[in-house]
Structure formats: structure tokens, C-alpha cells
Design a protein around this ligand. Structure first.
Ligand code: ATP
Length: 324
């Protein structure tokens, strides 16, 4: 392998315009260090699959440059393909074959031969917990088992980087959680993982770092915690007994937090988003009581990636402002 400067993926200014004029990817930059569990999060049609296909050389970018494992995707496509595993959205396994045969077939395709082959097949079957059903045909497998087998076939050549395109879509929560364990195991072995997902919870649970893609452009990048903290802190919801008190409650909350919070009207009262919401919430409740505002309930919660996603998709400027 060539020198990689520690980056598994280095993509700069990537643009992909399809033949019909659809600008699916519009200037994407990605620098992904070796060993990272990276998440690419976006809604349907945001450009995730198009980006992955470009990174694995199935599509040629309209503009920009991509280096994967130190190889240029335009001039060293073969080396790129040999150094990555790709689990596409549609399962690539043959359901007429057994689990073992499917992995063996992938070994043939990747030129894994000789004495190491059987050993590798066994260790992959173990890795994805299919050793017990190794000699059963895959047509009887559940959706989760098929996905696990598919993941194993993408790893036969021991690639240092694996792409997983929405691997858990359509699975029930139990099968999804189980798959997460295997992905973590793969990453723990030192494999860089590039995962696309529409599930915020999945990105939050698995990823060291993630980017949000919206309409072909990356709008946020950071660790799940960093992205959450960009929402502007924790959220305190206060329910009021009397709707006519809302304006007074908003004034009191704004005065109390001064410039350190976003204070909004909600269906049930007011909401405060502030880094000190949890710590200073009780004092705000006292201030409201002193101002003759009757409170019927309150709740403080940490921001979720949902909040980040909503902030970005509702109003990109809003997130930037909240971060300042
Ligand atoms: P999904 O979650 O649905 O897989 P995605 O984020 O992976 O979505 P892409 O499949 O990359 O998104 O699609 C990005 C945009 O490009 C969409 O507007 C899609 O309709 C369009 N697109 C995808 N493939 C083609 C194609 N072959 N020709 C024209 N437009 C396409």
C-alpha cells in the first residue's frame, strides 16, 4: 500500500451530476482518519449512496479528487477496489447457497485462496455469529442474518476500510442492535468504517464522528456530542397552568438567562435552551413563582441528534446562531 498520511479517505470538492442533470453531490470534502468509525447521516435522496459509489469507484465524479487508502480513485481504481469492502444497500448474497458457500464465493471473487481461505471463512462466520448455521442455505435466514452474512462477505479480503450503506434499514430493533455489535467488532479490529444511515440513534451509538449531508452538501461535521452541543445546550420545558401567563413567563426567562439562552413559546408554556439549563432551572422556577406564574410541570433533557438534525434542516442559519 502507498503512503496514506493516516487518512483512509481524502475527498476534496467532490461533485456528481447524473446524466439527467440531477446534482446529487455538490462539493463534498471528507477527511477520514484510519481506524475511525465515521457516519454519513442524511435523509432519503440527500446524496449518501452517490457519495459512497464515488468513493468505491462505481461512479466517476464530475469534479473533485478522491484518494482512498492512499490510492487515487481515478487512476488507481483497481487498487482502491482491492483495499475496500462494500456492503451495498441491496444484499449481495445468493440465497440458494449456504452461509459458508456465500463467503467462499466472495473469497473467489477477491482472490483469497489456499490454506488461509478456510481459516478466514471460519473466523468470519464466528465474527458475525453464523457458525451454527454455516451449512444452511441463506433462503431461510432472517433479514438480520442475511445482513450479517453480507457484512462478512465484504470482509473476506481483510480490507482496512469498509463501506456500509444503510446496513440496518428495514431491520427490527433487536436485529439492528445485534448488527451494531458486529460493526463495532469490525472497527475494534482496526478496520475503518464508513457507515451511511438515516437513523440518528445509530449514528449516535456507533460513530466517532459524523457528517450531516443535506441536498448533496455537508452541513455539519463533528462527534455526536459536539453536534449536540452546537444546538446550544440542554432544553428545559416548562408547562404553565394558565396560557395567559406565557408572555410574562417568556420575559422572566429571557431576563433570567440574559443572552445565554434561546427562549421560545411552546404549546404548553415555554422552553429554554441553554448550556446552564439543568443547573439554573430550579432558580428560574423560583423566579417564575415570584412573578406569580404558576408552573404545572417541567422537564430538562440533553439535546439529541434529532435536535441537531431539525435545527439544520429547519434553518441552517438558526444552528449557526445557536452555536455562537
Ligand atoms: P437513500 O437514502 O434514498 O438511498 P441517498 O442519500 O443515498 O438516498 P442518493 O441515492 O445518492 O441519495 O441520491 C441523491 C440524489 O440523486 C437524489 O435526488 C436521487 O433521486 C438522485 N439519483 C440517484 N441515482 C440517480 C441516477 N442514477 N440518475 C439520476 N438521479 C439519481
Amino acid at each position: 500500500m502507498t503512503a496514506t498520511s493516516g487518512l483512509a479517505i481524502d475527498a476534496r470538492g467532490v461533485e456528481v451530476t447524473y446524466g439527467d442533470g440531477t446534482e446529487a453531490v455538490r462539493g463534498v470534502d471528507l477527511q477520514i482518519p484510519e481506524g475511525e468509525f465515521f457516519g454519513f447521516l442524511g435523509a432519503n435522496g440527500a446524496g449518501k449512496t452517490t457519495t459512497i459509489k464515488t468513493l468505491v469507484t462505481l461512479l466517476t465524479p464530475t469534479a473533485g479528487s478522491v484518494t482512498v487508502n492512499g490510492y487515487d480513485t481515478l487512476t488507481e481504481g483497481r487498487s482502491v477496489r482491492q483495499s475496500v469492502g462494500y456492503m451495498a444497500q441491496e444484499t449481495a448474497i445468493d440465497t440458494d447457497l449456504t452461509a459458508r458457500e456465500n463467503i467462499k464465493f466472495a473469497c473467489e471473487a477477491y482472490g483469497v485462496t489456499g490454506s488461509e481461505r478456510e481459516e478466514r471463512i471460519d473466523s468470519l462466520l464466528d465474527l458475525v455469529d453464523l457458525a451454527d448455521v454455516a451449512d444452511k442455505t441463506a433462503d431461510g435466514f432472517s433479514g438480520g442474518m442475511k445482513k450479517r452474512l453480507d457484512a462478512a462477505t465484504a470482509l473476506v479480503h481483510e480490507p482496512p476500510l469498509v463501506f456500509l450503506d444503510e446496513p440496518t434499514t428495514g431491520l427490527d430493533p433487536k436485529a439492528r442492535n445485534r448488527l451494531w455489535e458486529y460493526f463495532q467488532r469490525i472497527n475494534d479490529r482496526g478496520t475503518t468504517v464508513f457507515l451511511t444511515t438515516q437513523y440518528l440513534e445509530e449514528a449516535d451509538y456507533l460513530c466517532d464522528r459524523l457528517s450531516l449531508i443535506l441536498d448533496g452538501q455537508i452541513v455539519e461535521t463533528g462527534s455526536p456530542d459536539e453536534l449536540k452541543s452546537r444546538v446550544g445546550g440542554e432544553r428545559l420545558d416548562i408547562d404553565l397552568a394558565d396560557e395567559t401567563d406565557t408572555d410574562r413567563a417568556l420575559d422572566i426567562a429571557r431576563e433570567f438567562f440574559a443572552a445565554d439562552a434561546t427562549v421560545e413559546r411552546t404549546d404548553d408554556g415555554v422552553a429554554v435552551t441553554a448550556r446552564t439549563a439543568r443547573e439554573r432551572g430550579p432558580d428560574l422556577l423560583v423566579a417564575l413563582r415570584d412573578g406569580d406564574v404558576a408552573v404545572t410541570g417541567f422537564n430538562v433533557r440533553a439535546p439529541s441528534l434529532d435536535d441537531v438534525f431539525l435545527a439544520v434542516t429547519d434553518d441552517e442559519d438558526g444552528l449557526t446562531e445557536a452555536a455562537q
